[in-house]
Design a protein around this ligand. Sequence first.
Ligand code: SMO
Length: 763
Amino acid sequence: MKFGVGQPFRRVEDQRFITGAGRFTDDHRFDGEAFACVVRSPLAHGVINRVDAGIARAMPGVLGIYTGEDLAADGIGALPVVIVLDHAEGGRMPLPARTLLAAGKVRYLGEPVAFVVAETAMAALEAAEAVELDITDLPTVVEPATALADDAPLLFDEAPGNLALHWQLGDIAAVTSALAASARVVELELVNNRIVVASMEPRNAIGLHDATSGQFTLVSGSQGSHMIRDFMFEGVFGLPATQLRVITPDVGGGFGMKAIPYPEQALVLYAARKLGRPVRWQSTRAEAFLSDTQGRDNVSRATLGLDADSRFTALKVETLASAGGALSAFGVYCPTLSGPPMAPGVYRIPAVATDVRIAYTNNAPMDAYRGAGRPEAAYLIERLVDKAAREIGVSPIALREINMIAPEEMPHRTATDVVYDSGDFAGVMKAGLRAADWDGFAARREKGDGKRRGIGLGYYIERTGVPGKEGAVVQVGADGQVVVHVGTQSTGQGHETTYVQMTAQALGLDPERITVKTGDTDQPLPSAGGTVASRSMVHGGGALRLATGAVLGKASREAARLLAVDERELDFDSGIFRVPGTNRHVGLLEIAAQAGGLEGVGDFEQHAGTFPNGAHVCEVDVDPETGHITVERYTVVDDFGRTLNPLVLSGQVHGGIAQGIGQAMMERTVYDPDSGQLLSGSFMDYGLPRADDLPFFDVSTHNVPCTTNPLGIKGAGEAGAIGAPPAFVNAVVDALAPLGITHLDMPLTPARVWQAIQDAKGE
Ligand code: SMO
């Protein structure tokens, strides 16, 4: 089947997107709508003495101005925290309330202080600028290490020492002794730089309220309307989730940042109820830099032990991480439950332990960003293994081969208690090296043009599709049109294409007949969890398989009745049930027409993770005169279990590589340590990679079917961003190793690289 699973079927949504016919939140208009503007803190840390809206309230077109005190008086609650853990010493982590508008203090630059609603966006902006803030400046801390120091200014009374959470995995004492008993240890301290998420479409929200029924509606770009409803509404409004409908239309990028609820989503609902009018808010790019959750931002010191045969004996990781100035919904998830369990990577390491301290800091709240903890784990182990190889004097490939978990060891339970179900790591690595012509690099290294060349491998593994439920409903209409409801939300990945393809294949129907619907809590779904952790195809695909199966079950019973044969005698092909050896047949669409429509429901539960993995090989040129790096070649071989659509898949990997190289090469959120002011608050100051910063990517697969889900697939959405940083940095360090450089911290900007070269030369 030419549209079938495994075929490079072209994206069905692209016609709409490239002709400007996409419908994003901002394209939705409502009668009588009013416009909101957020008054944000101009200081990173301070005591709020007074918020004076007197002048602003009297300005033309102003409908309402709300402060933290107004919300408290109306009984509006704080944004709930989804991930709450215990301290290593026992006792629950503190949970300082994240109110929708700052109350008493501000703790990061851009924290919402007041919410202004007016007849026009311009009137709202002008009034917002007229709101007078009297805030007493307090000293700031913008790095976890300084925030945890004894003399650091305290952000929250509830969190002594600014400690959001102290968390451990594994037996630190046992690992410390295993390291002491090892023939050799290799140490590495590295920074995983704080970065912005930079979705193409900034955040937005439109709130509606029907006073008669008491029903709220929220239109907002998100990674799943059900998640936003379920995580935010009850806690903030004290009302049952059924009183809110969330609609998420087309979305221009989420990457984890839009998986969580934000103050503005609740504020538009609050104001809509107050004013009896629809209220809309659209973030500007400048606000996105200040107030979207950011990613990564941790510093780790790692020690790897090896025996005399270069086998890994133990791994200890100590991490300081930043939570930012407010606790986001999954704020502590990345450096705890998500990253550290993946610390061993694809290697046999008998003893692993991690100690993590997460600190409150005066900068934007921290949360998931493409990979959400797994990129940090992969970067750490892959840099460490490379450094170990260089110190021992073996090739980085040989050291990996010695230590990689073999296919015959699957399933393999890591020392961190994660069970890898399948994988051929050494085989995938070989395929990657072959595709990248690793062996031919020696000849490419010496071009005699004064540039320094390097090659690096990053072998990533990640855990995707963590346990959970997802539903799907397939409706074959009497008119021959098929509607597929799923609960995972595309933010650009191409879900429509892949779900159409899977449905077309299962039902033997033309893709043109099939429409995918997502993003509405009113959809008839048995469950819906949204798009996070590369779970859409594993969970949503699993649910869709059950739903198409249910449609076919009903149809085949009906076909058997119509054709007067036993159901088991029927053949089904290209949408037609046939009695073999006869010309008797009936089509699925005929059956649906006669029955007035057919519906199948899938309620799928995934019980274990999937473990996509792969080899990224990066080749760079470093200009020693300027420190400028060019990526000359980039090759990836991934194991995604099974490929549903190679075009959609490579799109995912390409985007991920761009984000991963972006972090490694040029991206960094910079806050002034003294004032907490953001020094990288626009794309003039913040380096985002562009097409001409990147080469063509050579992307292919070497799939080993996953055993933990019926489709045999491994989640692919985040993989590119996980493999790229170690491959890139390993390549640059390889280029500069002859100068004695053993490590460089991301981002490897020309200035940083040039300085490292000067330092190495002793100049
Ligand atoms: S960073 Mo993702 O949306 O799990």
